[in-house]
Design a protein around this ligand. Structure first.
Ligand SMILES: Cc1cc2nc3c(=O)[nH]c(=O)nc-3n(C[C@H](O)[C@H](O)[C@H](O)COP(=O)(O)OP(=O)(O)OC[C@H]3O[C@@H](n4cnc5c(N)ncnc54)[C@H](O)[C@@H]3O)c2cc1C
Length: 557
């Protein structure tokens, strides 16, 4: 009796729009012939177009995601992180679970759908200080951050700090930038009634775009309408200007302007996915070059799609983005369906078909129940476009439960006050902080936060004791450090540290630093000696202990 042919293993890496729709179509079209497995870092699919709504607390975080196992019930889903690909061995290296031991997953056909990364390195300080909006955790972090700014701005007595906290800057005016700025403005406006010490005029929201207009993929008249709507709602739209650098307290623009702000959201800087850039593949504009069938040239059985891939729409593409598939969900879904058909055709010994798709148009929400739409060549703006936007994304959202949840939340939101609960998410305990000349790192009376190492520039510490008239000064350069007395005790700062030039500090939070130093007697001893040598022993601190009515805490530089 003839043995049934062995099933071919198709591995899809990446569970976004491209990967999910490819895996679904592969399972359907290759049933009985293919063994399909999808690998994704999280166990859920993120509906990215709704992330600005999550950031603005219009919907819950969980409403913008769908569990992959519910979406893809008939195939193997593996929550694991892709670390590399061995094309010669036809295997993908992943780590999974808590043990994080690399394992190899063999494939017969491989579909790369890892999306893109964010690359802001060209702008000093932006990688460290800008928030991004690509993933659920980004959207959650942004929401928490904005509400945190309102909370502090409502109670601070420092006018400069208040101004920074109430200035919000979004960089990049493609549709994710426009939707993010609009949603953020709406959240702040609706929330203000709960913050009695903040006036509407105290809040400044900027949208910064390097091109000479916003929404470059929309017709000019719709972009103009969007600009006017945003301006009406208090967004200052700055076009023809980009960012050059950022610090924790300001963003610098190409025209020399410096905007003091605590919130920079970068929607620019799409770069290659960090794993994709290590694979030795032919990349152009940070994307994997494919042929018209979405095959990766020179590699047997490797396909790529979605934002990660550069898929030509014509036989002889020029250096013109219009000759390639665009990086949108709309395209990724169609590519997923076509790639599945091509893989099945290949295994059946048939010819694959070139990818061809014409955009059906674009939609962008402008907040406050307004949107712009350019669909099938019909241009719409205002409330009708907004209803279309909502209807379209609701229908596009995969899974009935997700549609229902989002629909109900939208309805409730139109009559309920905004949700301003701030659920803190963890910040990294070690981070780089950029400073401009003259910026204060800390000043007397502040609660100590951690340990600082200078990686660039120079910083001056000054301690003045008003009681004794004693004065201490020291300049720290690259490789030197300050704040190490967190090891000795908890305290308030007595010293002022100011950046003497533009510079960067590596900051380690107190608990993390103390734990680390204590685990290494060598380090612990080094710092104790250093404190003794530099400050003449902890007992000789200039701390105006009794002079500080705020706290019983001791004080430290
Ligand atoms: C804020 C925002 C709004 C948008 N709005 C719209 C819109 O209105 N309309 C539209 O058409 N498009 C929109 N887009 C663009 C659209 O979302 C993308 O084009 C689309 O998501 C691309 O799909 P993809 O599958 O290529 O990548 P992604 O959706 O980014 O999926 C990549 C997947 O790979 C996974 N992954 C990454 N690295 C690893 C790893 N090492 N191991 C395992 N898994 C990994 C990720 O977790 C993710 O699930 C928007 C994008 C953003 C960010």
């Amino acid at each position: 009796m003839a043995q049934p042919a062995e099933k071919k293993k198709v591995l899809v890496i990446g569970g976004g729009f491209g990967g999910v729709f490819a895996a679904k179509a592969l399972e359907r079209q290759g049933r009985g012939k293919l063994d399909v497995e999808l690998v994704n870092a999280n166990n859920y699919f993120v509906f990215q177009p709704l992330l600005p709504e999550v950031a603005a607390a219009s919907i819950h975080s969980s409403d913008a995601v769908v569990p992959l196992r519910q979406l893809l019930r008939r195939l193997q889903v593996r929550q694991a992180e892709v670390m590399g690909i061995d094309f010669a061995k036809k295997s993908v290296i992943v780590v999974q679970g808590t043990r994080r031991i690399p394992i190899d997953l063999a494939y017969d056909e491989l579909v790369i759908a890892l999306g893109t990364g964010v690359d802001l390195k060209r702008f000093p300080g932006l990688p460290e200080h800008a928030l991004t909006i690509k993933d659920l955790s980004d959207a959650h972090r942004l929401r928490t951050h904005v509400i945190g700014c309102l909370e502090t701005a409502d109670v601070t007595e420092d006018a400069e700090v208040k101004r920074q906290l109430l200035t919000f800057v979004v960089v990049g005016a493609g549709f994710s930038g426009v939707e993010t700025v609009a949603e953020m403005r709406e959240l702040v406006t609706r929330a203000l009634k709960y913050y009695p010490n903040i006036k509407r005029d105290d809040v400044r929201v900027y949208l910064i775009e390097y091109a000479d207009r916003i929404l470059p993929t929309f017709p000019a008249d719709l972009a103009e309408y969007a600009t006017q709507r945003l301006q009406m709602h208090g967004v200052e739209v700055l076009t023809g200007v980009g960012t050059t650098a950022a610090t924790g307290t300001a963003v610098e623009l190409t025209d020399g302007r410096i905007i003091p702000t605590s919130t920079i959201v970068a929607t620019i800087g799409n770069g290659p996915h960090p794993i994709v850039s290590t694979l030795g593949l032919d990349l152009h504009w940070g994307r994997i070059k494919t042929d018209r069938f979405m095959r990766v040239p020179g590699l047997d059985s490797v396909w790529a799609l979605g934002d990660a891939a550069l898929i030509p729409l014509v036989d002889d593409p020029k250096e013109d983005p219009a000759d390639y598939a665009t990086q949108t969900a709309q395209f990724a879904v169609r590519e997923g369906q076509q790639i599945a058909a091509n893989i099945v055709a290949k295994l059946d010994g048939k010819d694959p078909k070139p990818f061809a798709y014409k955009s059906k148009g674009s939609l962008a929400s402008l907040g406050m129940s307004k949107a712009v739409a350019d669909v099938y060549g019909i241009k719409l703006s205002g409330t009708l476009a907004w209803l279309l936007w909502r209807g379209f994304y609701l229908s596009f959202l995969p899974g009935f439960a997700a549609k229902l949840r989002v629909g109900v939340t939208w309805l409730l939101n139109s009559v309920m006050p905004p949700n301003i609960v701030q659920i803190q998410s963890d910040r990294p305990t070690t981070r780089y902080i950029h400073y401009r000349k003259g910026d204060k790192v800390f000043e007397p009376g502040m609660l100590i936060d951690g340990f600082y190492t200078v990686t660039k520039g120079s910083f001056q510490l000054t301690i003045d004791n008003p009681e004794t008239g004693e004065h201490f000064e020291k300049v720290f350069g690259p490789g030197e450090h300050f704040g190490e007395r967190v090891l000795v005790r908890s305290a308030l700062r007595t010293g002022l540290v100011v950046a003497l030039e533009d510079g960067v500090l590596l900051f380690i939070e107190q608990k993390a630093f103390t734990r680390f130093a204590r685990a290494f007697p060598f380090l612990d001893n080094y710092f104790k000696d250093y404190i003794e040598r530099t400050f003449g022993g902890t007992d000789k601190s200039f701390a105006p202990r009794s002079a500080n009515p705020k706290s019983e805490l001791e004080t430290l530089p």
